[in-house]
Ligand binder design. Structure first.
Ligand code: NAP
Length: 310
């Protein structure tokens, strides 16, 4: 069983390999998702030592949360799991918009609690900023929910650095979740100096850059889901990254391991990162990603991987 790590300054302790669940009930992102396979991969993860689940209202507009709630009830593992979810949406004229007002955030948390069939959420994030709510006011509402015991830690996601600083005026932000991976490394300069200094845990999303860094795609791979339009998964950029992934494969093979494991280990070697949340479609992928815990990279290997993608 993996040694648990403290998430930032919180009292949450997690296995550093968590699970991103946008493919569990995220029908708006992936067509033809099999819900039974989604539940199975969550169950497999928690039965094999994974204890950090990342979901959101936006994954299937509540469906991902419902399926996870069912698994936690069926397995009776709620108290062994650190459960993170996100919300900020509100329906206006049949369309979802983001609303960070204290009233909407409180309502959103209450609805998530019902779908997840629990009376507390370990980590609740504002999923996306809105345009008008002062960010310290929005986070102040989450602090109140924390004081009431409805959530245990305060997160924000997709906030710019300026929005994060405003949100953290009173020091209430525990975690920020943002886009970061080997091929999109802006956060190293933009966020990490601030998050490290303020003991805010940075949780990177898209750790496999939507799959390409897991090492199994070829030039012929095509996509029929929300990845279809992604610029880095087509044309020259796609081929350039595939060539870099081959260099990673050499490093992985020299260590008797696989590409996804060295990629995840590389993130965990960063001072800014406590935990990663790779997504998965099948339980085999979840089990496979847990093997990253056995991989230790030397400082020279960390540098080498960094250099391949610099
Ligand atoms: P990702 O983790 O970069 O890539 C996941 C994909 O990689 C899987 O769907 C699978 O794709 C492939 N994969 C995973 N493990 C593998 C393995 N061991 N071997 C081979 N392939 C493997 O992308 P993501 O799932 O979109 O992002 C991760 C999580 O971040 C999400 O689930 C979600 O919780 C969170 N997220 C948050 C935000 C936000 O706004 N806060 C935005 C995006 C994502 P295939 O099987 O299809 O090839």
């Amino acid at each position: 069983m993996a040694k648990k790590v403290q998430l930032g300054n919180t009292d949450l302790h997690v296995n550093p390999i968590g699970l991103g669940t946008n493919a569990v009930g995220g029908h708006n992102l992936y067509p033809n998702l099999d819900e039974a396979a989604g539940k199975d991969l969550v169950r497999t993860g928690i039965e094999n030592g994974l204890n950090f689940l990342d979901t959101a209202f936006g994954y299937g507009m509540g469906r991902s949360e419902e399926l996870i709630g069912e698994v936690l009830k069926e397995t009776r593992k709620r108290n062994e799991v650190i459960l993170a979810t996100k919300g900020s949406q509100k329906k206006v004229n049949d369309k979802f918009v983001h609303d960070n007002s204290p009233a909407n955030l409180r309502h959103t948390v209450e609805q998530s609690l019902k779908r997840l069939q629990t009376d507390y959420i370990d980590l609740f994030y504002i999923h996306f900023p809105d345009e008008s709510t002062p960010k310290d006011e929005a986070v102040g509402a989450l602090k109140e929910l924390k004081d009431e015991g409805k959530i245990r830690a305060v997160g924000v996601s997709n906030f710019s650095m300026e929005q994060l600083q405003e949100a953290n005026k009173d020091g209430y932000v525990d975690v920020i979740q943002g886009h970061y991976n080997l091929i999109n490394r802006d956060a190293e300069n933009d966020y990490f100096p601030y998050t490290i200094e303020n003991k805010i845990s940075f949780i990177p999303y898209y750790p496999f850059a939507s799959g390409i860094l897991a090492g199994k795609y070829t030039k012929e791979t095509t996509f029929d889901d929300f990845r279809r339009g992604m610029p880095h998964l087509q044309g020259e950029e796609f081929e350039n990254t595939l060539a870099k992934v081959e260099k990673l494969r050499n490093i992985a093979e020299s260590k008797n391991t696989e590409v996804p494991h060295v990629v995840l280990a590389w993130y965990l070697a960063s001072k800014a990162i406590d935990v990663v949340i790779p997504g998965a479609k099948r339980s085999g992928q979840v089990l496979n990603n847990l093997k990253a815990l056995d991989v230790e990279l030397s400082p020279a290997e960390v540098q080498e991987i960094s250099g391949i993608f610099s």
